[in-house]
Design a protein around this ligand. Structure first.
Ligand code: ATP
Length: 389
């Protein structure tokens, strides 16, 4: 435990050299990143990139094979989450999460769902005795406070009018907001949301964005978000970490990440030989500049330990000494790395630098996908590997 009280913008979460292996499969390889207090940090990447596995390690559902997960509490306490059982991560470190699939008590009312979330606090106030439930004034006070808190979050989620309806009767988007309201009733310092916008229509996505921004602005709760919906991610995130095949390929602000060639390539899902053509067709000066000069060390994976460990297409070494090969040529990000190195060697006639924006006629089928990946404007950016389950 440390004495110093952390301030806003300190790291609340530091993932350090974390790996997670399932038998021979390296789901996460040497991942390091941090989430700052009071910010919204998004974890994005194509299907199977390892995002949920990272969440499961942070929230104690899995124990990482290697690495550390440091959590700095608001009161100055520090926790090593990889050493704690999941219930202590919730109770002591105050990390709350939601899941990809909605997990409400559908037969209970909205209010009851939010009161159940405060069960621990109420039982503590009762002294864990039947007498306490009926006799202690502390319990009655705690009970009244729980109802007030539930009402507060129902109002924030714009659901107070339906407080007495069964949760299962709510439209899908409202159920998502109720889950977040329920998590907020536990008073979390870090709120982990696994695809909160999955299945939402644009109006529901806007309501979700408003709720998350409100949580950030009014409570100072830090949010870690897994999301495929780029309209949500780019609009509300302060910081984005991009995974591909369990490795970090980019890490920075929304603008830096959206123009990072590795991210574009990872999201395109084009055939290997099309990568260079399609990247050129992006027509974004920043992207072409980066292809010419290599990664931006200020925010790109050049500063990432996982990137320095080698491209994803390499064979990954493990502490036990076994070698596990991640499918050769699978990583589009790795190909961009190769292209960047090649661009630094102008002698090669086959790696000519793109000097002008290519014609629209060239590879026209790929162009809409490229634009969507770079400047996504609609929810649920479509891509071959980044679609929803
Ligand atoms: N319990 C497990 N046992 C074996 N393999 C697993 C397990 N959990 C995850 N994996 C594998 O780890 C890899 C990463 O999966 P994960 O669900 O973390 O990806 P993801 O980025 O969250 O994907 P999506 O966006 O589709 O939810 C996948 O190859 C998956 O099959």
């Amino acid at each position: 435990m440390s004495d110093a009280s952390p301030s806003m913008n300190d790291a609340i979460l530091q993932v350090e050299h974390m790996s997670m292996k399932f038998g021979g499969l390296v789901a996460i390889g040497d991942l390091s990143f941090q989430a700052k207090r009071g910010e919204i940090t998004a974890l994005i990447g194509p299907n199977g990139a390892g995002k949920t596995t990272v969440f499961n390690c942070i929230t104690g559902f899995y124990k990482p094979s290697e690495g550390m997960i440091r959590f700095a509490g608001r009161d100055g306490g520090e926790f090593l989450l990889e050493r704690m059982p999941d219930f202590q991560i919730t109770a002591k470190a105050k990390v709350a999460r939601t899941f990809q699939n909605i997990r409400l008590f559908s037969g209970m009312t909205l209010l009851e769902n939010l009161l159940v979330a405060q069960h621990n606090k109420l039982m503590k106030a009762s002294g864990y005795t039947i007498l306490g439930l009926f006799g202690f004034s502390g319990y009655r006070t705690a009970s009244a406070e729980s109802i007030d808190l539930a009402k507060h979050w129902l109002e924030k989620a714009n659901l107070v009018d339906r407080a007495d309806d069964p949760a299962g009767d709510l439209p899908y988007g409202a159920q998502r907001r109720l889950e977040i309201a329920r998590a907020m009733c536990t008073g979390p310092e870090l709120l982990c949301l696994d695809e909160p916008a999955a299945g939402l229509n644009p109006k529901e996505s806007m309501a979700l964005n408003a709720l998350l921004m409100d949580i950030k602005d009014t409570t100072g709760t830090s949010i870690l978000l897994i999301e495929h919906d780029m309209a949500v991610v780019m609009q509300i995130s302060d910081h984005i970490v991009v995974l591909e095949y369990g490795r970090k390929i980019s890490d920075g602000g929304p603008q830096a990440v959206r123009t990072d060639p590795r991210v574009i390539a990872a999201y395109l899902g084009v055939e290997d030989e099309e990568v260079e053509t399609v990247l050129t067709e992006v027509g974004d000066e920043d992207v072409i500049e980066q292809l010419d000069t290599g990664p931006d060390s200020a925010h790109g994976p050049g500063t990432s330990s996982s990137y320095l460990a080698g491209p994803v297409t390499d064979t990954i070494g493990h502490s036990e000494g076994e070698r596990v090969t991640v499918s050769k040529g699978a990583s589009k990000a790795g190909q961009v790395d190769a292209k960047s190195s090649a661009a630094a060697k102008p002698a090669s006639p086959t790696k000519a630098k793109p000097t002008a924006k290519p014609s629209a006629a060239k590879s026209s089928a790929a162009k809409p996908a490229t634009k969507a990946a770079v400047k996504p404007k609609t929810p649920g950016v479509s891509n071959r590997r980044g679609g929803r389950k």
